[in-house]
Design a protein around this ligand. Structure first.
Ligand code: SAM
Length: 287
C-alpha cells in the first residue's frame, strides 16, 4: 500500500468530500486539498466551510454548469503551466450528477495527468444500506421532472437486470414513486434519506406501501436516493398492463413493445399482445 504525501504538481485530482458528516473525509483528500495550488469547486461558500473546518487555505475558483465553458480552458492552461488543481463538488464524488466530466475528458485529450482521491458517494452509501442485491446495479441519476417524460425514462430501464438507483428531490418523491409503480409494477423499493446525517433514514417496502406511507405522512424532508429491486415477474391487472403498454408503445413497435413487456412482467406474450392490440385500438378511436 502506498502512502501518498507531498505536492503532486501538474495534475488534476478528483477529490470526494463528505455527503453530510464532516468527518467523512480521507487523510489523502485533506493533504491533496492542502497542497493544491487551486481548488475548483461548485459553490465557493459551501467548500469554504469544509476548508475552514480543516484549516485549509488553498484558493478557490468556482466551476459549475453555468460557467464551465469559460472556466475550463483556464483550468487546462493552469495545469499545463505545472499547477496542481483539485476538483470537488458541493458534496460527495465529483462527476456523479455533478460537474467535471468534460474537464476530465479535456485533460485526457491534452495528455494531462488525472488522479482520483476516492471517498463518499451517496449512490454507494444508499446501495450498501438498502439490503437490495449489490452484485449488479444501474445508477440512472435524476429522472425528468414531468410525469410523462419520467414514465418514458423509467420504461427505458424496464429490462435492466440489476438494482436501479435514482436521485430524487423530496418534493417530487411521491409523484416519482407513483410513476415507478405504473412502469415497474409493485417492486420492492428503498427510500434512503439524509445519509450520514442526524436524521438518516432507510425506508424499505413495496412501491405501493411507500406511496401509501408518504400519502399519509406527507413529503419527507432532505436529500433522497431511491432504489428499486430488479424484481421478478409481478402480478399485473389488465388495467396496469394497459397503462404500461401505452407508455412503451409510444417508444417502440408493437412487436418490440410486446417482447419487452412480456419479458419484464413475466406475463404471457399472448396476453400482452391482446392487451397491446386493445390499447392501440383505443388510441385510434376518435375522441
Ligand atoms: N456527487 C454527489 C454524490 O456523490 O453523492 C451527488 C450530487 S447530486 C447533485 C445531489 C443528489 O445526491 C441529491 O439530490 C440526493 O438525491 C443525493 N444525495 C446527496 N447527498 C445525500 C445524502 N446525504 N443522503 C441522501 N441522498 C443524498
Amino acid at each position: 500500500m502506498r502512502v501518498n504525501q507531498g505536492k503532486c504538481s501538474n495534475r488534476l485530482s478528483i477529490v470526494s468530500t463528505p455527503i453530510g458528516n464532516a468527518e467523512d473525509i480521507t487523510l489523502r483528500a485533506l493533504s491533496v486539498l492542502k497542497e493544491a495550488d487551486l481548488i475548483a469547486c461548485e459553490d465557493t461558500r459551501v467548500t469554504s466551510k469544509l476548508l475552514a473546518i480543516h484549516q485549509i487555505h488553498t484558493p478557490l475558483i468556482s466551476y459549475h454548469d453555468h460557467n464551465a465553458e469559460q472556466v475550463r480552458p483556464r483550468i487546462i492552461e493552469a495545469l499545463k503551466q505545472g499547477q496542481s488543481i483539485a476538483l470537488v463538488s458541493d458534496a460527495g464524488t465529483p462527476l456523479i450528477s455533478d460537474p467535471g466530466y468534460k474537464l476530465v475528458r479535456n485533460c485526457v485529450e491534452e495528455g494531462l495527468h488525472v488522479v482520483c482521491v476516492p471517498g463518499p458517494c451517496s449512490v454507494l452509501a444508499a446501495l450498501t444500506l438498502s439490503a437490495l442485491p449489490t452484485h449488479s446495479f444501474y445508477f440512472a441519476g435524476f429522472a425528468p421532472a414531468k410525469s410523462k417524460a419520467r414514465q418514458v425514462f423509467f420504461s427505458d430501464l424496464l429490462g435492466v437486470p440489476g438494482t436501479l438507483i435514482f436521485f430524487e428531490s423530496a418534493r417530487r418523491l411521491s409523484d416519482s414513486l407513483t410513476d415507478m409503480m405504473t412502469v415497474f409494477g409493485n417492486r420492492q423499493a428503498v427510500v434512503a434519506r439524509e445519509l450520514t446525517k442526524k436524521f438518516e433514514e432507510i425506508r424499505k417496502d413495496q412501491l405501493q406501501g411507500l406511496i401509501n406511507f408518504y400519502a399519509t405522512h406527507g413529503a419527507p424532508k432532505g436529500e433522497i436516493v431511491v432504489l428499486l429491486d430488479a424484481g421478478g415477474p409481478q402480478p399485473r391487472k389488465d388495467q396496469d398492463l394497459d397503462e404500461l403498454l401505452k407508455i412503451v408503445l409510444e417508444q417502440k413497435s408493437l412487436r418490440d413493445a410486446v417482447e419487452l413487456v412480456a419479458t419484464t412482467t413475466g406475463v404471457s406474450r399472448r396476453r400482452i399482445y391482446e392487451r397491446a392490440l386493445f390499447v392501440q385500438a383505443a388510441a385510434d378511436e376518435p375522441s
